[in-house]
Ligand binder design. Structure first.
Ligand code: TXA
Ligand code: MG
Length: 328
């Protein structure tokens, strides 16, 4: 498959201006970027990802002043969170300004706004000067890319330019907070711990129900590698590893703790601090796929801080897949 050459910021800005798609590094994951005011360009994002067209996309900005132009009104809570966490891994959902297109919002009356912290994203957004729509630069339902090479591997010729910003430092997507209604609500845990958001707002943030509590049909595998994902508490790791090993599959064990060697099993050591675990998770799962393992057995970190986002992604990765054949 032909691989696009990695670009300069100037080339990437020119590409956005002509309605092309750019692989954009951010501190969380790489985005698939397009001029957010160019409807045709945004439609190209959906085609490249194979993503349903009613999903809203996040719009990225160089600073909060530019971002606020896209909102109908900016509540005090939004200003406080932006002051505390932008640039950084936080997305704020606000009522959209009238001119924000349906292709961005998925037809809703809200828009997701984010000011990323990566220096190359900052340079790109500063030169571009307006909103850049960017979902994660993966095919729909798959793992988000955390390096320029990952973007090329995911999208091949479907992306026109890729800015190489090195490996992502956070490694997991932004926290999404909905401030468009009454109570601040967590739509997706991510790089900013929800506890830190509550500390700034000085009030609790409502949690949306976990994926298992949602209506069937919404419980769809997402953020998923090709290998099946099984999660386990560290205390149950050895037992679960033995049970899986009896099935004769090739198993990758992702854990800080070492596991006794078993046939067909390979240990992928994970760092213990949860921030580093989060940063290594997607690259490690990609490696597991490249090496053709059947199952990734992952010892889960605790739900504190960014751990909540890690548990959320692992729950989605281990959910039933749309293409799962019934097991006999
Ligand atoms: O870290 C990130 O957020 C990365 C980088 C590239 O910025 N982007 C990202 O985008 O993860 P995406 O499209 O893969 O996930 C964005 C999520 C989707 O689940 C989408 O439904 C939600 O944000 N979202 C976007 N706009 C929304 C809105 N107006 N209301 C509710 N949810 C929204
Ligand atoms: Mg995504």
């Amino acid at each position: 498959m032909p691989q696009p050459p990695f670009s300069t910021v100037e080339q990437a800005v020119a590409a956005l201006r002509r309605g092309a798609l750019v692989g954009m590094p951010t501190e969380t994951v790489y985005g698939l970027a397009a001029d957010a005011r160019n409807e045709l360009a945004v439609r190209r994002i959906f085609a490249a990802k194979g993503r349903p067209s009613n999903h809203p996309v996040i719009v990225h900005f160089v600073d909060s002043d530019t971002a606020w132009r896209w909102a109908k009104n900016v509540p005090e809570h939004a200003r406080r969170l932006a002051a505390a966490f932008w640039p950084g891994p936080l997305t704020l959902v606000l009522e959209r300004a009238l001119e924000v297109r349906d292709v961005i919002t998925g037809g809703q009356n809200t828009v997701g706004l984010r000011v990323p912290a990566h220096p190359l994203a900052h340079a790109l957004l500063a030169q571009f000067g307006d909103g850049v729509a960017a979902p994660s630069a993966n095919r729909h339902g798959r793992l988000s890319p955390t390096s320029a090479e990952d973007v090329a591997e995911e999208l091949g010729a479907a992306v026109d330019e890729i800015l190489d910003g090195g490996p992502c430092q956070v490694g997991i997507e932004s926290t999404i907070i909905d401030l468009s209604g009454g109570e601040p609500t967590l739509l997706r845990p991510g790089g900013v711990p929800v506890e830190a958001i509550e500390a700034v707002l000085q009030r609790p943030v409502l949690r949306t129900p976990p994926p298992t509590a949602r209506a069937p049909g919404l419980l769809r595998s997402h953020y998923a590698p090709k290998a099946g994902v099984v999660t386990v508490l560290a205390t149950q790791l050895a037992t679960e590893a033995k049970r899986l090993a009896r099935g004769g599959q090739r198993i990758a064990v992702l854990s800080h703790e070492t596991v006794p060697a078993l046939p067909g099993m390979t240990h992928f050591p994970m760092p213990s601090p949860v921030e580093q675990f989060a940063q290594r998770l997607y690259p490690t799962l990609r490696q597991v796929d490249r090496e053709g393992f059947d199952v990734a057995l992952v010892a889960t970190p605790s739900a504190e801080g960014i751990g909540l986002a890690v548990l959320d992604r692992l729950a989605r990765a281990s959910a039933p897949r749309p293409d799962d054949a019934p097991k006999k």
